[in-house]
Design a protein around this ligand. Structure first.
Ligand code: FPP
Length: 241
């Protein structure tokens, strides 16, 4: 079946968020270390970006590293960071060619200096691209983001710059790191886990959720097309009748 052909270009999700999961299991199935799964996950990221760009999706967000992931063994963290730096470095020319703008959300201050530098160099280089925005969530957790937003609003209240009565959904959103991007229409999680895992909790309030058993390193263009087709079959009501 030609999945791509069946996608309705007029009903594309504007923003797709992805929880990449299953790298460790994929590696274990092959008798290898977890990092082997992460290495192979990079190809899945590449294909997803390419497929989304070709279709005309405008925003793509990847959950690459959560605040909780800092509790993993140091060796895995270090290698994962190196992998991220390398991937960002190697992919920047391609991002430029394809008109992809890179962005990040998360506690970037907690990242190793080399990683931060490479990330911000790439963000700077790609800042004028506008075809597709790819956001990488690194050292991110939604609860961290929300607490931070609350702290910043509280500071403004303390300085009499915000009247508590004026705090509403719209104002709150402007204090989130995702400010400026539309909320995800579609959230994909791979590897069969049925959880949100502290990812964009505020932003996915009305997102369509799509879970697939495919492990992340195996995720290819056709899997993205399948997710989009599934999304297009759903009726979105946003709480209305
Ligand atoms: C989840 O699998 C995957 C991650 C925590 C890391 C994902 C990172 C990459 C694929 C690196 C490249 C990313 C970009 C954006 C260039 P897991 O380790 O939780 O797997 P498991 O649940 O099977 O143990």
């Amino acid at each position: 079946m030609d999945f791509k052909q069946n996608i309705n270009k007029n009903k594309l999700p504007k923003h797709i968020a992805v929880i990449m999961d299953g790298n460790g299991r994929w590696a274990r199935q092959r008798g290898k270390e977890r990092i082997f799964g992460h290495e192979n996950g990079v190809q899945a990221v590449r294909e997803t970006v390419e497929a989304a760009g070709e279709l005309g999706v405008r925003y793509l967000t990847f959950y690459a590293f959560s605040t909780e992931n800092w509790c993993r063994p140091k060796k895995e963290i270090d290698t994962l960071m190196e992998l991220l730096v390398k991937a960002i470095h190697n992919e920047t020319p391609e991002l430029m060619e394809k008109g992809v703008k890179l962005a990040t959300i998360g506690d970037v201050d907690s990242l190793p200096e080399a990683c931060r530098k490479e990330l911000f160099d790439a963000i700077d280089k790609t800042k004028n691209n506008s075809r597709l925005t790819v956001t990488v969530a690194i050292s991110y957790s939604s609860q961290w983001e929300i607490v931070n937003a609350v702290k910043n609003i509280a500071r403004q209240v303390k300085e009499n710059k915000i009247d508590p009565e004026d705090i509403d959904k719209k104002l709150f959103q402007t204090y989130l790191q995702t400010h400026g991007a539309p909320d995800p229409d579609l959230l994909i999680r791979t590897s069969g886990e049925l959880r949100i895992s502290n990812f964009m909790l505020w932003q996915v309030a009305y997102s369509e959720l799509y879970f697939t058993p495919v492990l992340w390193p195996d995720f290819r263009k056709k899997h993205l097309y399948q997710a989009i087709l599934d999304y297009q079959r759903r009726e979105r009501r946003f709480g209305k009748t």
